[in-house]
Design a protein around this ligand. Structure first.
Ligand SMILES: Cc1ncc(COP(=O)(O)O)c(C=O)c1O
Length: 642
């Protein structure tokens, strides 16, 4: 352990206690550990999981899923509503649904459904494919299937099939024309539909997903359309088919004030429609329950200024308050929390395999007889820099670097001299940054230098496949090394991926006060793996990833707690990521045809004496084998085969 550094220092540096929600910690070995049920006695050392997965031949990047944690989230959310309902004396229960769009992986959905059985926890589908899966997996007549999203005839027919199978399938009308369509198809099949109406609230969310709410939202009915829908249902003698009022102000709502306002407005719509003669049983508050990704407990985009319990209490209280004042029965409360259920359960583990360093401290620079004066001037600045003259020294060094660049552009500076000047510039910058460390006020210029001096750690993954919301929306996730945390980090770095895209990088990290531009990491030891974890990755990222550069889906391991195992866990299942053949197939490249085309060229090369037959067969074998391998780099630090 480094002097002055201990495990508590690591926990504090990476804010683990703030964003971890009680699920993450660091053990005495300096490894990140997970407490899937938040009980001290049940801890899993993530490095042990990594070792186990490697022994099974799985390579990195890899997603680790902790199924017990998923169950804990489902139970925690349901219990939060149960206790808020009890505390407030609310007269109806809570019947949550899992919005399958947030993570459609069968094993994830099955686990959630199983954990939610005791609470009659249902499922929300936003498209035909999602409903197709939901209908098959759902088997509790007391839980709901909520159908959101635009619908066509087949969608409606499938929802009606669900009703006939004894399921409570509620079709939520997103635009007024959809109501006519639902009524027509239902009439044709002689089935009474269960209908929900999505209201377009004035209340608008805040944060990155705020566009889902407000008057200009893509979905939902205006007040006039709600009245028209009510009239239409009454005219058809189907007033009783209106079962649910729904709204959604957007995902990751950072401010509880937004939730309160929206819930009150929706409860008012519910009450008024109830009074128009509809026995609406349910009020659905949609998604939006946020996750405190940065641990700041603020209204910053990547945080929330409220807890789960506060959310549940506010939803229950505000619905009750409005309904009581309107003297209408309390509705059954439905929520469609996705992110808050699945975010915590998965970790993306990537391997850093190289560092691009600005300042290589071990390289000594000396002026040669042919070097221009600029080199000796720079050496002099480095020699004489002190606390008293550091800013002057920095400005002089910047000037020399600029002059050197101008001379190079005019062909007046040789490569060796340019290299020396740049190396000296970074050395001077490094010593200025070190001089300013721990100071109460650090000038902006020095802060910028700090970022400019950061290493770039090259990591074997694709931002576009595994971290899409970071690339597209700047969403922040907690990131930290999985091991070596018993030693103080000695480098500051940004992370770059292996795509050939300059956007394939992570240079924004969580911070309690702001956003960090660099992440503290450890110097890489050649030949030794260095694992970095991206945490709270379970919501949305898995399915949104794309195939940029044809880097495909990543390997997965599903981990369960197990008392009988020495390490306290077992990997129940591994799902192999895409092979090169798979991703080529997705873009219409047929493997057999590819091999045939290459074989023809190899035959021609043999005939033309450019290849010997033996050599040709070995190279052809390599081409055939590559199609069956993982799309990511196979690093020498990793001993697996796939
Ligand atoms: C209609 C609807 N319900 C629920 C959700 C899930 O939201 P969250 O993940 O914030 O809980 C979404 C996602 O944006 C949504 O569009």
């Amino acid at each position: 352990m480094t002097t002055g550094w201990d495990i508590a220092s690591a926990i504090s540096l990476y804010n683990v206690d703030r964003w971890g929600g009680g699920y993450f910690s660091i053990n005495a070995k300096g490894h990140v550990e997970i407490l899937p049920t938040r009980h001290d006695a049940a801890r899993i050392d993530i490095m042990e999981v990594i070792e186990d997965a490697r022994e099974r031949g799985l390579n990195f990047p890899m997603v680790l899923r902790f199924q017990d944690l998923l169950r804990d989230r489902v139970e925690t959310i349901n219990r939060a509503f149960e206790s808020a309902i009890k505390e407030a004396g609310y007269q109806k229960p809570y019947r949550g649904v899992f919005p399958i769009k947030v993570n459609q992986l069968r094993e994830v959905v099955e686990e959630i459904m199983d954990a939610g059985k005791a609470f009659h926890f249902g499922i929300e589908a936003g498209s035909k494919p999602e409903l197709t899966a939901a209908l098959a997996i759902h088997n509790d007549p007391d839980s709901l299937i909520i159908c959101n999203g635009y619908k066509d005839t087949l969608f409606i027919q499938n929802a009606l099939l669900g009703l006939k199978l004894g399921k409570r399938v509620i079709m939520v009308v997103e635009k007024i024309e959809e109501l006519n369509q639902i009524l027509e198809v239902s009439k044709e099949f002689g089935i009474e539909p269960m209908i929900g109406l999505r209201v377009r609230l004035q209340s608008k969310g805040a944060g990155k997903w705020a566009q889902s709410g407000g008057e200009n939202a893509k979905f939902g009915l205006s007040t006039a359309e709600l009245v028209a829908a009510s009239d239409r249902l009454k005219a058809e003698g189907l007033a009783h088919c209106l079962k649910l009022i729904h709204f959604h102000v957007g995902s990751q709502v950072p401010d509880i004030g937004t939730i309160k306002r929206a819930v009150r407005e929706a409860a008012r719509f519910y009450s008024k429609l109830q009074k128009l003669g509809h026995e609406i049983g349910y009020l659905d508050v949609g998604g939006g329950l946020g996750v405190d990704y940065d641990g700041s407990r603020t209204t910053f985009d990547s945080s929330t200024n409220y807890s789960l319990q506060e959310y549940a209490r506010d939803v229950v209280y505000n619905i009750m308050d409005v309904c009581d004042s309107e003297k209408v029965p309390h509705p059954i409360i439905v929520s469609e929390s996705g992110r808050a259920i699945v975010a915590h359960h998965s970790i993306l583990v990537v391997e850093a395999f190289g560092a691009i360093e600005k300042d290589k401290a071990e390289v000594k620079v000396v002026a040669g007889p042919n070097d221009p004066k600029l080199v000796t001037d720079m050496l002099e600045i480095l020699r004489s820099i002190s606390k008293q003259n550091r800013m002057e020294g920095l400005h002089d060094a910047q000037q020399i670097k600029e002059q050197a660049q101008n001379m190079f552009d005019l062909g007046l500076l040789e490569l060796e001299a340019k290299a020396k000047i740049e190396m000296l510039y970074w050395k001077i910058s490094q010593s200025i940054v070190e001089m300013c460390q721990g100071m109460r006020y650090i000038p902006d210029e020095v802060r910028e230098l700090e970022t400019a001096l950061a290493d770039q750690f090259v990591c074997n993954f694709s931002v576009f496949q595994s971290l899409l919301d970071h690339w597209a929306l700047g969403q922040l996730f907690p990131v930290m090394p999985i091991h070596h945390l018993d030693t103080a980090p000695d480098r500051n770095a940004t992370l770059v991926d292996i795509t050939c895209d300059s956007d394939g990088k992570v240079s924004k990290f969580i911070d309690l006060n702001d956003v960090r531009e660099t992440l503290p990491l450890h110097k890489l030891n050649p030949g030794e793996p260095y694992y970095i974890g991206f945490f709270l990755m379970g919501a949305y990222q898995d399915i949104m990833g794309d195939l940029h550069n044809l880097f495909g889906r990543v390997n997965e391991a599903h981990v369960f707690l197990e008392d009988d195992e020495e390490d306290g866990f077992y990997i129940e299942e591994t799902i192999e990521g895409s092979t090169i053949g798979d991703v080529l197939g997705m873009t219409q490249w047929n493997q057999t045809e590819l091999i045939r085309l290459i074989k023809t060229q190899v035959d021609a090369a043999i005939k033309g004496d450019r290849l010997k037959p033996n050599e040709a067969m070995r190279l052809l074998g390599a081409y055939e084998r590559v199609l069956k391998t993982y799309t990511y780099l196979q690093l020498s630090t990793t001993n697996g085969t796939k």
